[in-house]
Write a protein that binds this ligand. Sequence first.
Ligand SMILES: Cc1cc2nc3c(=O)[nH]c(=O)nc-3n(C[C@H](O)[C@H](O)[C@H](O)COP(=O)(O)OP(=O)(O)OC[C@H]3O[C@@H](n4cnc5c(N)ncnc54)[C@H](O)[C@@H]3O)c2cc1C
Length: 321
Amino acid sequence: MVIKSEDGRELRSFRFKDEDDSQEVRAVERRILLETFADQLPPEAIRFSSKLAKIGRSENGETLLELVDGTRLSAKQIVIGCDGVRSPVAKWMGFSEPKYVGHCAFRGLGFYPDGQPYEPRVSYVYGKGLRAGYVPVSPTKVYWFVCFNSPSPGPKITDPSILKNQSQELVRNWPSELLNIIDRTPDDTIIRTPLVDRWLWPAVSPSASSGSVVLVGDAWHPMTPNLGQGACCALEDAVVLAKKLADAINSGNGSVEGALKSYESERWPRIFPLTIRANLVGSLLQWENPVVCSVRNNVVIPKLIRIGPMLEHTNFACERL
Ligand SMILES: Cc1cc2nc3c(=O)[nH]c(=O)nc-3n(C[C@H](O)[C@H](O)[C@H](O)COP(=O)(O)OP(=O)(O)OC[C@H]3O[C@@H](n4cnc5c(N)ncnc54)[C@H](O)[C@@H]3O)c2cc1C
């Protein structure tokens, strides 16, 4: 990983393996990850374009799902709400809307049909109230982001060329490779996301499950991306939940509802501290004050931070399925 200031000066660089032998970073394109999982399933297992409009419960305890196309489904067994940060399932279970944290991110995938020229490492650039980064995700694609302060999430912009211009404008005088990667980004891969999270206070926040309905991933614990752990945690949730359900079903003496409660108690101590930590890290990295940013860039990052302990949160081993 390399960290630079906005004028291109290198503040710090390190190899994860040198900091902590168990550390490793993998950059994976989301589409490839999803296709890899989907390929493991029978072809008819996934029904695409099935947007959930409403969820409820029948008198006999079955979960009723109504899709926007009018289809009604009655779930006799388990419903897993993994429908993301604006989850209608979470809303139905009494969760509040995730809270906007004061910054938004542009993201995209730079495309180099003849091969991208970057080393396999994560590069960050820290400015004042603004930061950016990029990392190669394949021989031809480079993921990038630009994160900026904004008092409100702002209007939804759907025209990708406007998004591209806005993100380039933010980093116009920054190291040129960033502008080059944004330039090489097909318009349709650029998105702008207001960053949000939801803190799951014990005894205040609803439970992750209600009857045989359970939440997984962002639907349950939206967190800001400052530690790069949201999707990792969603995957961990899936492994733990699958294991709990398999144990309950195979042993024949555990209830499904008990398995869902056990999943929640195992996952909560992992995700709640991470959500808070990600939020705090974001606030520190989005500082605008020039003096504070100068201390961060000239003292804290090059001299004070011990990287190994800082990345300790990535060391989480799920049991094998
Ligand atoms: C700028 C940014 C950078 C990030 N970087 C990282 C990173 O480096 N590492 C990391 O681990 N995480 C990162 N994350 C977080 C990561 O993207 C999320 O945590 C992850 O996508 C959560 O997965 P999920 O399956 O729970 O939800 P999602 O990926 O949001 O998937 C939800 C799915 O539900 C579907 N859906 C939504 N509503 C409905 C409905 N009504 N009916 C039916 N389906 C519906 C959606 O179409 C989608 O397919 C980042 C997030 C942001 C915003």
